[in-house]
Structures are given as C-alpha cells and as structure tokens.
Design a protein around this ligand. Structure first.
Ligand SMILES: [Zn+2]
Length: 488
C-alpha cells in the first residue's frame, strides 16, 4: 500500500514497501511443548484445511429455520458497532536511536453510565516493560481543555477526578513519552532496526454497561487489556524508517481505522510483499501485507502464502474477516506473535501455528472483545480452537494433560496465573480449546461460535454471552464448560 523506494524487494506475486509487526502472548504457542506438534509440523497440514474447517461452511450457509439442539443456529446479520463509540486522534514521533516514542492523544468519550471519575490505562508501564527499562510518562492531561491532575494508584492506571453523567461527551487530551526497552519480547520495544508499539496510547478501559476495567497488569506473557471499539486517526513520524500501522492509509504517515479497540505501529527497514485472499463479505478480496524488518532473515513471501490460506479458512468458519486489510510485521527479538487489530507482530521462526493463531484473534479479541484480564481464556482459548482446526492439531490439544493447580481452572483471571507463569499457556490456551472441543463435533462448535461472533461483534463479551450463544446448539454447554472452570 505505501511503497517505500529504499528497501523495496520485488517478488513474483508482490510488491515491496514498509509495514509493521506484532507478537501474541501466544508467545508460548510458538514454543512447542510436549505432545504438541509445534510450528514446523503444523505447517505441513496448513495448506489443506481439515474437514473440520470445511464442513461448517456448508452447514452454516444452510441454516435451519428453527434452532434445535445439535444443529447450527441460523445465520443472522453481524451486530454493528456502537454509533456513540469513542473517537481518538493520535500523533506519535518515534526516535529509534533514542529509544523513545512521544506523542499526544485526544479522545472523545460518551459513557453510557454515569461515572465519578475517568480512567486511562498506560500499558507501556506493564511489569515486563518496566523490568526491562521501559516506561510511559504521562506529561499532560486535560479534560475539555482544563488541566487535570491524575492519581496513579498503579503504574498502568491514571485516575482523573472528573465526574461525567451518562450520555455526556467529554474530550480527554494527553501528552506522553514512552521509553522503549531494548530487544524486549513485548509490544513496546526497539529490536533490530525496528520499533514495536502496541497498546501504547492511553486507553479508555471502558466496558459499556459495566464500567471501568481496572484489572491488574500481569506478568504472564500476555495482556490484561480491555477497551471498547473506537474510531482512530493515527499520525506517525519515524524519521527515515518504513512504517505500518493499524488502519487504512490516509496520507503520508497517517492512518484511519474504524471500530477497532486498539491500534499498533511498527517501524523499521522493511522488505514488503503484498497479496490478497477471498475472506471478506461475500468472498471479497482482503488485501494482505507482510513486512520483514532488516533484522529478520526469513522470506516474507512464505508468511504471505500461509496467510492467503488461513484467512479464507477462518472466514468460512466464523464469518467474514472483519477489517479492510491484514498486515503482518516480522520483527526481531520476539517470541511467537502479538495480536493488534488489523496488524499482527510476529517474531522470527513463527510461520507455523502462530500465524493461524494470530489471524484467529481478528475474530476472537479484535471483533469480539473480552476483558483479557478477567477472562483471558475467552480470546486465547477460542483462538487456539480456531488455530487447531486449521493446523489439524486438535487431537494433540485434546490429549494434553493439565498440571496440578491448573486442571479445571481455565476460566481464571491473569492474576491467578501470575504465580503460575509457566502454566499459563497450557492452562488457558490449551485447556480453553479443550473445553470448547468437549462441546461436540467440531463443525457444530464452529457454527455455534459463528453465532457468538455475529451476536457479539464489536462488543466486550463475557462467559455468559458465550454460553447464551452456545446453549441452543449445546444444551449442556454450561455443564461442559463448567468442568473446565469456565462459568458465567
Ligand atoms: Zn493468542
């Protein structure tokens, strides 16, 4: 999309230019564990989606007119985003040599409930970043043009003592500087010639109908963020580096995104390839961009080829890909992948299951959100289920044994796993997929999940929402998921 003359490499299918990367807390997913085929083995099965990925398509496109247990729910129009969603205007300047990203943000926010304070989350102050020398300094806060002093009960939380009545719009403006860690396997880092920025804007942790999500930051290789979908304009200055960002290019160094719950940026010296896949509404082509920073030796075309297979497969199972495009940035010093709306970061050597896992997050996290601190299984377990269907790894997922203290605890919050960091992946990702697999035949699970997606698109969903969507097809869904510790 945004060609950059300097580092362009022309490939047969594609073109060259700059973009960005990402990395999922699924980092552990990229590190094969006992009984798990891992990325390399998975790659061989990916090109030919398994029956479980194709059968649901047929089933879902010929829905019954009534819902009987054991059948697919009828398709329904996907829920539309809240027209009163927040709107952000962000400007950030990246200085890779100085390891800083400084910027301003202004967000218009209309709470649907009255509040006695406003809350922002400063995720670059997460424990992993701080322990590696990273931080975020909030330098100015204004509400409707008036300076406000923020209380800081936690490095990741800023409380603004400004009451707002339901339905009233306020504008919160901030300026800030992020100090980036060096080669940290996280979303705020300088690595190779590149810079990763994810969840870097002071975020409104608003859960419509519920209030502020102030879950503690986590030390697991994951995230505890919660934010409603919003509209964004993001302007990025990064010197002579190539840049990719969440959104659609809207001029030099500028992107716009509609109804996404976060934005990310990757800057570096990129080799770039482009393609497309029929994964949009009605089979419309979805543009795909893969960039590889100079610090990554791998061929981005291999990742592109895999994405061309993954996106349509997920779209057949869970409904059309929800965004105008998909970008993958391969950057150095990153384990696994990190999902951001429209833009995923992956590290070297993650062609296998990390690629399909992160694509799945565009449905389970980006489109249907969740409180990732309270219910981390809801996006990680479902993304792992989706990944397993594509990779053909469901048998090995089912066979994994849960360690003591983790079995039956898939529904726990990230804080539970802060004392069990090494068990987070198996306890939440694998066990979450096991729970879903226990519901019934994979094609039926997929079409029930599609109903969940259609009903709760653009929202922050809960376990109760999922159960309500599953129960018409699986009347015993509450009992089945309850065995894994997943409860409303
Ligand atoms: Zn994940």
């Amino acid at each position: 999309m945004r060609p950059r003359a300097a580092q362009v490499v022309v490939l047969a299918l594609l073109v060259v230019a700059g973009c960005r990367g990402g990395g999922d807390a699924a980092g552990p997913a990229a590190a094969p564990t006992a009984g798990d085929p891992g990325a390399t083995g998975a790659a061989t099965t990916a090109a030919a989606p398994s029956a479980s990925t194709t059968v649901p398509t047929t089933t879902a496109t010929t829905p019954p007119t009534t819902i009987a247990p054991g059948t697919c729910p009828p398709e329904r129009p996907r829920a539309q985003p809240d027209p009163r969603r927040p709107s952000y205007e962000v400007s950030v300047t990246i200085d890779a040599a100085a390891r800083t990203a400084s910027g301003t943000s202004s967000v218009r926010f209309t709470p649907d409930l009255g509040v006695d304070r406003l809350v922002l989350r400063l995720w670059p102050n997460s424990p992993a970043a701080r322990s590696a020398g990273g931080s975020m300094q909030l330098e100015r806060v204004e509400v409707d043009g008036r300076p406000v002093t923020a209380a800081r009960p936690d490095p990741t939380i800023a409380l603004l003592p400004v009451p707002v009545t339901a339905g009233t719009t306020v504008t919160i403006s901030t300026s800030w500087t992020i100090t980036l860690a060096d080669r940290l396997s996280e979303r705020w880092a300088v690595a190779g010639s590149g810079v990763r920025l994810g969840s870097f804007v002071p975020l409104l942790p608003w859960e419509p109908g519920r209030g502020w999500a102030t879950d503690p930051a986590t030390v697991v290789h994951g995230e505890a963020t919660t934010s409603p979908v919003a509209d964004w304009t993001v302007t990025v200055a990064a010197g002579d580096l190539d840049v990719v960002a969440t959104g659609t290019p809207a001029g030099p160094g500028r992107w716009r995104a509609t109804a996404v719950r976060d934005v990310a940026v990757s800057a570096g010296r990129f080799r770039r390839v482009e393609g497309s896949a029929p994964a949009g509404p009605g089979g419309a082509a979805v543009p795909i961009v893969v960039v590889a920073d100079a610090g990554v030796a791998e061929d981005p075309a291999a990742y592109l080829a895999r994405l061309v297979a993954v996106l349509p497969s997920m779209a057949r199972r869970f409904g059309p890909y929800p965004h105008p495009s998909y970008t993958l940035a391969l950057t150095a010093s990153l384990r696994g992948g990190i999902e951001n709306p429209m833009l995923v970061f992956q590290g070297p050597g993650t062609l296998g299951r990390s690629t399909s896992h992160e694509v799945a997050h565009m449905w389970f996290y980006s489109l249907v959100g969740n409180d990732q601190g309270r219910d981390p299984w809801l996006d990680e377990g479902l993304a792992t289920w989706a990944e397993a269907g594509f990779e053909g790894t469901l048998p090995s997922i089912r066979a994994r044994r849960m360690p003591a203290g983790v079995g039956g605890q898939a529904g726990r919050p990230t804080s539970y796993f802060d004392a069990r960091v090494s068990q987070y992946y198996v306890g939440v990702y694998v066990q979450g997929a096991q729970a879903v697999a226990a519901l019934g035949p994979p094609p039926l699970v997929d079409c029930a999940l599609r109903a969940f997606v259609d009903r709760h698109a653009h929202t922050i969903a809960t376990n109760a929402d999922l159960l309500a969507a599953l129960t018409p097809t699986f009347p015993d869904a509450a009992a089945v998921l309850g065995r894994y510790g997943i409860k409303p």
